[in-house]
Design a protein around this ligand. Structure first.
Ligand code: CAA
Length: 261
C-alpha cells in the first residue's frame, strides 16, 4: 500500500489480511484537514478493493486519535462556500466501506475525531482515551454526525450534555455508554484491534459484507423495515456457496473453506 503524507498504511496481522491505517499528522494532533480526509478516503477505497484485506483498522497516535476538524482551516470559511462546496460531505466515505472498519482510539477523540470513530463499525479504546464534542467552545456545533450518530448510540441525555458543554468522557464512560466495545491498556489497543480484524478476516468476505450492511440498517430505518431487510439478506445467504460450505463444514466437523461465492 502506497504511503501518503498524512496517512501511514500497511498490511498487518500474521496473514497480512488486515489493512492498518494510521493518521499521521502529529504536530496538529491529527486534526482532520481536507488533505488528511482525502488521503483517508483514497486509502479506504484502495483497501476496500484489495481482495487480500478482510478488515480495516484506523488508529492515530497514543496522544491523539484525532482532535477534530482542522480549526485553522475553517477560520476563513463562509456560509456560501461551505454550503455550495458541501463542506465535510465527503467524510461519509468512511461509512461506505463494505469491509468492517475498526477504530483503535488512544488519546483525544474530539469533535470530528469522535465523529470519525463513530463512523467506524467497532470502537476499541485505550484506557486514557477521551471522547468529546467540544465544538460549542469554538462557536459551532458538530458537523459530521456528533449530534446524530452519537444520539443513536448513547441516547439524548449524554449527547446533549456532551454537545452543550463540550465536556469530555473517559474511555470507561464511553464503554459504559455503548460507544466503545472494549477498553485496553493504551499500548495494546492497536494490537487488539488487529487481532479482532484478523478474526473477522477469517470469515467469508461475502457474508461479512452482508452482515455489516444489515447491522448498519438498524441505524437508518424503522424496526419493521430493518427486520424485513435482515430477513431478505438472511435469505440471500442461501444463494451463496459459502452458506452451504459453512453448514456442511459444521456437520463434517471441519473448518470451512470460503470462496466468496
Ligand atoms: N485543528 C487544528 N489544529 C489543532 C486542533 C484542531 N482541531 N487541535 C489541536 N491542534 C493543534 C494546536 O493548534 C497546536 O498547534 P500549534 O502548536 O501549531 O498551535 C497542536 O495541535 C497541539 O495542540 P495544543 O497545544 O492545544 O495541545 P494541548 O495538549 O494543550 O491540548 C487539545 C490538546 C485539548 C486537544 C486542544 O488542542 C484542543 O482543544 N483542540 C481542539 C479540539 C476541538 O475543538 N475539536 C473540534 C474541532 S471542530 C469540529 O471537529 C467540527 C466537526 O464537527 C467536524
Amino acid at each position: 500500500v502506497r504511503p501518503t503524507e498524512m496517512i501511514l498504511s500497511e498490511k498487518a496481522g500474521s496473514k497480512q489480511n488486515v489493512g492498518l491505517i494510521k493518521l499521521n499528522r502529529p504536530k496538529a494532533l491529527n486534526a482532520l484537514c481536507d488533505q488528511l480526509m482525502k488521503e483517508l478516503s483514497q486509502t479506504l477505497d484502495e483497501m476496500d478493493k484489495d481482495e487480500k484485506i478482510g478488515a480495516i483498522v484506523i488508529t492515530g497516535s497514543e496522544r491523539a486519535f484525532a482532535a477534530g476538524a482542522d480549526i485553522k482551516e475553517m477560520i476563513p470559511l463562509e456560509y456560501p462556500n461551505t454550503f455550495l462546496g458541501g463542506f465535510l460531505e465527503h467524510w461519509t466515505k468512511v461509512t461506505e466501506v463494505r469491509k468492517p472498519v475498526v477504530a483503535a482510539v488512544n488519546g483525544f477523540a474530539l469533535g470530528g475525531g469522535c465523529e470519525l470513530a463513530l463512523m467506524c463499525d467497532i470502537i476499541y479504546a485505550g484506557d486514557k482515551a477521551q471522547f468529546g464534542q467540544p465544538e460549542i467552545n469554538i462557536g459551532t456545533i458538530p458537523g459530521a454526525g456528533g449530534s446524530q450518530r452519537l444520539a443513536r448510540v448513547v441516547g439524548k441525555s449524554l449527547t446533549m450534555e456532551m454537545v452543550l458543554t463540550g465536556n469530555r468522557i473517559t474511555a470507561q464512560e464511553a464503554k459504559d455508554a455503548g460507544i466503545v466495545s472494549k477498553v485496553f491498556p493504551a499500548d495494546q489497543v492497536v494490537n487488539e484491534a488487529i487481532k479482532l480484524g484478523e478474526k473477522i478476516a477469517e470469515q467469508s468476505p461475502l457474508i461479512t459484507a452482508m452482515a455489516k450492511e444489515v447491522v448498519n440498517r438498524a441505524y437508518e430505518t424503522t424496526l419493521s423495515e430493518g427486520l424485513k431487510v435482515e430477513r431478505r439478506m438472511f435469505h440471500s445467504t442461501f444463494a451463496t456457496k459459502d452458506r452451504k460450505e459453512g453448514m456442511t463444514a459444521f456437520s463434517e466437523k471441519r473448518t470451512p473453506k470460503w470462496s466468496s461465492k
